[in-house]
Design a binder for this molecule. Structure first.
Ligand code: PGA
Length: 255
């Protein structure tokens, strides 16, 4: 008999980017908490709000099942780095996760993979789970460079300290972020399988396979199909995590 191995519960990560005021965000969280309380949630939920909201979230998340994450961190423990935030400070605000190497930082702040790797390595010393983002641009996609870019980003962004419990890879094609476009099921399967292959063959110190989540124009209507893909372990959600109806639709699909 062909028994299909049951997938572990998916992880749904909300990346709020530079959105949200205190009042709106606390209301959204209140609504989310109420829904969680009344439902059977079958996925891990992580919220990565702007830094300004972390303290309020840190007081509200305990006991709700929701975990907190930062959207970025510096690679030093502390010091003269105006405008930066350290992994230690995120930990101090009850964060368990941090996103590193998001394409908006790679592109807008010129962050290269070597810097992403330093940030991830340092975040691991603070016992944060890193969500390392990789993905090709529209130009790279159109010119059949996806695999080259993905390999390059993986090999230079993943630190030696990475393992199955402290690292998640987020495959986010840049051309899919905020555009309403998503890759086909076959494209996602093939890229996620390629990511696994590169890690297994070229980063042999990482013993178990890492979880790989998909991100880019995820919404309540496509979440179920994306999660039905055997190679997708969860979703990284931007815009659709900013309002309760859309975000709950995704959590519902994951449950
Ligand atoms: P999006 O963003 O869901 O709005 O496309 C995803 C992301 O940038 O992480």
């Amino acid at each position: 008999m062909n028994r299909k191995k049951k997938k572990p519960a998916p992880i749904i990560i909300a990346n709020w980017k530079m959105n949200g005021t205190l009042i709106d965000s606390m209301q959204l969280f209140k609504d989310l908490r109420k829904q969680i309380h009344e439902s059977l949630v079958g996925c891990e939920i992580v919220i990565c709000p702007p830094f300004t909201l972390l303290r309020d979230f840190a007081e509200k998340v305990p006991g709700t099942g929701v975990k907190l994450g930062g959207q970025n961190c510096h690679h030093a423990h502390h010091g003269a780095f105006t405008g930066e935030i350290s992994a230690m400070q995120l930990k101090d605000m009850m964060c368990d996760y941090v996103i590193v190497g998001h394409s908006e930082r790679r592109i807008q702040s010129s962050e290269g993979s070597e810097l992403v790797q330093k940030k991830a390595a340092h975040a691991h010393t603070e016992k944060l789970t890193t969500i390392i983002c990789i993905g090709e641009t529209q130009y790279e996609h159109d010119n059949d460079l996806t695999k080259i870019i993905i390999r390059e980003q993986l090999l230079h962004s993943i630190p030696k300290s990475a393992n199955n419990s402290n690292t998640i890879i987020a495959y986010e094609p840049v051309w899919a972020i905020g555009t309403g476009k998503t890759p086909t099921d076959e494209q996602i399967s093939s890229t996620h399988q390629y990511i696994k292959k590169i890690i297994a063959e070229e980063l042999p110190h990482i013993e178990d396979s890492l979880r790989i989540v998909y991100g880019g124009s995820v919404n309540k209507d496509n979440a179920q199909e994306l999660l039905a893909n055997d190679h997708v372990d969860g979703l990284l959600v931007g815009k659709s995590s900013l309002n309760m109806i859309d975000f709950w639709g995704i959590i519902d699909a994951a449950s």
